[in-house]
Design a protein around this ligand. Sequence first.
Ligand code: SF4
Ligand code: SF4
Length: 70
Amino acid sequence: MAFHLTFEQNKCKGCELCISVCPKQILGLAEATNIKGYKPAECKDESSCIGCASCAKICPDSIITIEKDE
Ligand code: SF4
Ligand code: SF4
């Protein structure tokens, strides 16, 4: 089972909450800044995602979407 994560990166404020709750520790901040001047969160290793949705649930701005790959 594989999952695909989408971050609305320009809405991210780089609070790192999603990074802190990911049991697989595959989230991190991007190198480049978004339009708000924050480094947005991104997934560094999507193939290791277990689809637990902890990241999406904790994000205060609900900008993470998790889809199951067919
Ligand atoms: S769904 Fe779970 S395993 Fe996947 S990135 Fe989010 S917190 Fe990590
Ligand atoms: S919890 Fe949301 S706002 Fe905070 S770093 Fe993660 S994606 Fe960005």
